[in-house]
Design a protein around this ligand. Structure first.
Ligand code: HEC
Length: 199
């Protein structure tokens, strides 16, 4: 009987292992294709040089980011290398101050403060913070707020001053702008932009 032959079971184990490894490799490649910058769902870093919108797509029943025409960030158009360096710097600033001890991004973090995944698209920058900070662009308003959040409170809970320099604040702005252009399949749910007629 072949079922009594250990070699039969060994061949079975080895072949299922090989099949599993091939499937795992295929899934990993597929995931990387979707999640790397420049992939299907994540834009390249130079998206910081563009207008970002957020539109409701009826047949998907969710909001999707749209990438529009050129919109310089802090009056500048960044090369691919500069854009990547700036976004990376922003990520390191966010990690250095443990922003996710209070905030959430992509579902990770704490719920003490607003979700930052789509913070760049928050209509409050135009409605509240631009007038409060006396700035004329959304990017400048965010940078001003990040450097002195205690001076521009809009909520029941206040953000403490984490002593960000202008360079650090601008790098965080670039990071938030890039993140807002990631297609998160409508997450966080209930987030409304000015373009979407939200408040
Ligand atoms: C101790 C908790 C805490 C930490 C740490 C913190 N924040 Fe905040 N943050 C808040 C609170 C509370 C608000 C709401 C403040 C308001 O609206 O006046 C806020 C608001 C914001 C907003 C505006 C969000 C929006 O769309 O309304 C941004 C952007 C932001 N924080 C970024 C950061 C970044 C970047 C860091 C790290 C450098 C950070 N925060 C660290 C508590 C925190």
């Amino acid at each position: 009987m072949f079922a009594r032959d250990p070699l039969f079971w060994r061949a079975g184990a080895v072949s299922s292992l090989i099949v599993t490894l091939v499937v795992l490799a295929m899934l990993t490649t597929d995931t990387l294709r979707v999640i790397t910058a420049g992939g299907q769902n994540v834009p390249t870093y130079t998206v910081i040089n563009h207008q970002i919108g957020y539109e409701y797509v009826t047949d998907r029943n969710e909001y999707m980011p749209t990438i529009g025409g050129q919109e310089p960030l802090f009056g500048k158009i960044y090369s691919p290398a500069q854009a990547e360096a700036l976004v990376r710097h922003g990520k390191l600033v966010i990690q250095s101050r443990a922003c996710l001890d209070c905030h959430t991004m992509f579902g990770t973090g704490a719920y003490y403060a607003p979700d930052l995944t789509k913070a760049w698209l928050d209509p409050a920058w135009e409605h509240l913070w631009m007038p409060m900070t006396g700035t004329h662009t959304r990017a400048d308003a965010i940078a001003a707020f990040l450097q002195h959040p205690e001076q521009y409170p809009t909520w029941t809970r206040e953000m403490p001053n984490l002593h960000l320099t202008l360079d650090e604040a601008q790098a965080v702005v670039a990071y938030l702008k890039w993140v807002s252009a990631v297609n998160t399949n409508g997450f966080p749910y209930g987030f409304k932009t000015a373009a979407a007629g939200g408040t």
